[in-house]
Each structure stands twice: as C-alpha cells, then as structure tokens.
Ligand binder design. Structure first.
Ligand SMILES: Cc1ncc(COP(=O)(O)O)c(C=O)c1O
Length: 441
C-alpha cells in the first residue's frame, strides 16, 4: 500500500506539472491487466518524457501494480477506449495456455497446438483443412492468391470492403491481381445484377478474368443477410467462380444470428477468421478451405514469410479464442445496443443512424450537424475530439474512431464493461449539452 501511495502522490504531481492531454490508461473490467509505464502515459513525446520519469517509481514501488489500483486515483482520467476490438488484451487463461503450450516446428507440421487449432477451425467451418497465419491481411492475401493463381486474374469485391480499402491493395501490389470493385450497400451486400454484368469470363482477351468473388462478414458490424449469401452462391456456381469470405468477425455474425458457423461458411469456398479482434488472442488468423486449396496457400505463406516455427505458443490463445471467448461475444453485442440506444435517445437530431442496424459489436453513426466546429475539424472530428478531451472537472475520456466523411465508429469488446458503457453515455450527454449550448451564442 505504501508504494501505491507514493505512486499516487507522484502521479498527482506529474499531472499538475505537465500538460498531458490524455493518459492512455485502460481500466480493465476484470481488473487484471498489468499496469506499466506505456499504458498510463500518452503517446508521443509526452510518453517518452513520462516514461523516463515514471520508470524509477515503478522500480521502487515493487510492482506488479494492477489497473484497479489506479482506478481510484482522482487525478487520472477514466478512459473508455472504443476505437477497435483489436485492443482486446489476452485473458489470464490465454496467457496460462500460452505459457504451457506444447510446441514443435510448425514448418514441418510438428507443432501439436497449431495442428489442434487448425483442426478446430476446419471443423467449426465444415471445411477439409485450415492454416494458421499471422494476420487477417495475410489470410486474405493468401486466399485471394490461392484462388487467383493465373496471370490476369481478377477478384470481384465490394468497394467498402477491408480487402479493397484497407490492405494497401496488397493483392495487386504483391500478386498482380486486379480488383473489380462493386458498389457496396450499407448492409455489406452488393447487387447480383452488378456481379452478372461486370463479370469477366476471360473469353475477351481485352479483359481480366474474374477468378474470385470476395465478401466480408460482418462488414462494419452488419451481418451479411443469409439470403444474399445463398443467392450469390447460386450465381457463382452458374458463373463457375469461387467465393472467399473475409470473416475477420465471422463469429460475431454467427453469434448475432444464433447459428453454427458452418451454416454460413457452407456457401463459400474459403474463409479467413481473425483470432485477434473480439476473440481476444494477441495475434493470428486462420484460413479454411479444401485440402487442395490449403496446400496451395501453405506454399504461398512460405513465400510471403508467414511460415512460423514454435507458433503453438500463440495458437494456444487461438484455441481459447474459438472455444471460450466466442461464448461471451453476445455481451459485446448487448453493450453496443445499449450504447446506441443511449445516444440516439439523447440526440436524434445530431446523430444519424438506425438502432436496428446495430447487429453485433459495432456502432457506426454520422455526426451530421451544424453545431460549431473549430480548428478546421469537421463535425465528426469535433465530436471525437470533445469525447476524448476533458471539460472542467469531468475526468472521463472516451476514444472513438473517425472514419470516412462524418462517420464515427465505436467498438465493444472484452475490456469494455457495462460500467464503461455507462461512463461513455454520461460523457456523451455532457459533450452534447456543452456543444449545443455553444450554438446558442
Ligand atoms: C474486416 C477485416 N478484415 C481483415 C482485417 C485485417 O486484419 P489484420 O489487422 O489482422 O491484418 C481487418 C482488420 O481490422 C478487418 O477489420
């Protein structure tokens, strides 16, 4: 306790003497995340400065200190970080499983834990085989290359998809695969008439050859309608082209629909699932498909530098992601809904979205307002800025992501509890009240 008191005093002094705008301090719902210098000080120069100052305090005060120790400290902001579910920290059970994982050289397929994870993923999706890969981006790349292996190949995909917008066009950059982007609707679907009319069968030598159709589920938190997936499958059969699903958050979709994962994946040829988002593993994705397809992607994984050795250490967390963490995803969905209802009730004229569109762990809305903005910020930037900064004696910091135009994204995951949702709503109310009052001057 004495060391905590020393730390309290030190932090108060530090806070008074410096101009930290945000302490990147996360209050874990389970109160179990170890606290270190890097997660209680801001990023950038301030972090370097504060790290230097804080290091001796940590050393002196015989750590480990835990997050809940600091939750009671009045001088530090309470932070609710809704930027992304990639912020999910591995659970204690995952850390234990990682420490105890049985391992081997996975390049020789001798890592029993990786093999177990792969079998589990294949079984979950009702496919023949699976491959453990470092990231979702590599998973998507491998799946596209696994299907588009002829020169002049094309992947047809939605123009709001992660694969199209947020992977640096890697499929073109590394594999020379052309992306034929179709307009996405808000629910993640695209027009099947577009698929038909923009499909290139490769007979005209002026055109690339459509060798794959890629869809994303969930997309921006929306669950792809099953009818769309089924109809797309029928069309793809007719056109003789495979379908890949970027299922970074596929388990959220399955939980949202309350159906087995395989009832969705039966309609596609390959899937990439991220273990490191709301499923909480520190790293890794799995891709699934036929034996022949996975054999092809295994070769390409080596070429891309993604073949790993004793990767059972991280696969152990992946196993818990697919077996245990999936059981709690509904909590994130409920928290997202509670938050969405809370903000729409308070400010329907400033925040635009439909609560019924909140289907999983994300809340997206437009801040479409004539309320005053400053320093060149658009309304969404102004809103996020206000949420992430303190007013008067308000000590709550709520971080959100600003995306395209005036869109804001909030994501709910393990580590964002009901108490955090309440705090975030309180902050929202105080921000909107102050902001609206400024427009009256
Ligand atoms: C839908 C989707 N696909 C793929 C990825 C890429 O995953 P990773 O960050 O592991 O490369 C992301 C990452 O946020 C994603 O949201």
């Amino acid at each position: 306790m004495a060391s905590v008191r020393v730390f309290n005093v030190f932090i108060r002094q530090l806070n008074a003497k410096t101009n930290f705008s945000v302490f990147a301090f996360s209050v874990s719902s389970k109160h179990s995340s170890k606290c270190n210098v890097s997660n209680i000080v801001p990023e950038g120069n301030d972090r370097t400065f504060a790290s230097t100052l804080l290091r001796p305090v940590f050393a002196y005060s015989s750590l480990p200190l835990h997050a809940h120790t600091f939750a009671t400290m009045s001088s530090i902001e309470r932070v609710v970080d809704l930027r992304s579910d990639t912020l999910t920290a591995p659970t204690d059970a995952m850390r234990k499983a990682m420490a105890e994982a049985e391992v081997g050289d996975d390049v020789h397929r001798e890592d029993p834990t990786v093999n177990r994870l792969q079998s589990l993923a294949a079984e979950l999706c009702g496919k023949e085989d699976a491959l453990f890969v470092p990231t979702g981006t590599m998973g998507n790349l491998l799946c596209v290359f696994g299907h588009c292996f002829e020169r002049g190949s094309e992947v047809m995909l939605g123009n709001s998809s992660h694969l199209y917008l947020r992977e640096q066009g890697g499929v073109a950059q590394w594999g020379g695969v052309y992306m034929n982007a179709l307009p996405n609707r808000k629910d993640g679907t695209f027009s099947l008439d577009d698929v038909r009319s923009k499909f290139h069968d490769g007979k005209d030598f002026h055109e690339s050859k459509t060798s794959l159709i890629a869809i994303e589920n969930t997309m921006n938190g929306r669950i792809l309608p099953m009818d769309f997936i089924k109809e797309l499958r029928q069309l793809a059969n007719e056109l003789n082209v495979p379908i890949h699903m970027d299922g970074a958050r596929l388990l959220n979709a399955a939980v949202g629909l309350n159906v087995p994962v395989s009832s969705i994946t039966q309609y596609v040829d390959s899937v990439s699932i991220c273990l490191s988002k709301s499923l909480g593993a520190p790293v890794g994705s799995v891709i699934v498909g036929s034996k022949q397809f996975i054999a092809r992607t295994r070769r390409i994984r080596t070429a891309l530098g993604g073949a790993m050795r004793q990767s059972g250490v991280i696969a152990a967390a992946g196993i818990l992601a697919l077996t245990d963490m999936v059981k709690r995803l509904h909590i994130d969905h409920e928290n997202a809904k509670t938050f969405a209802k809370g903000i729409i009730q308070y400010s329907p004229q400033y925040i635009n979205f439909d609560v019924d569109e909140i289907e999983t762990n994300m809340v997206w809305f437009d801040v479409n307002t004539k309320l005053p903005t400053y320093e060149g910020r658009n309304p969404a930037q102004e809103f996020c800025y206000r949420m992430a900064n303190r007013y008067n004696d308000d000590d709550v910091v709520v971080k959100m992501s600003k995306f395209f135009g005036v869109s804001v994204r909030c994501v709910f995951y393990n580590g964002v509890s009901q108490a955090h949702v309440k705090l975030a709503l309180e902050k929202f109310h105080s921000v909107m009240k102050a902001w609206i009052s400024e427009s009256n001057f």
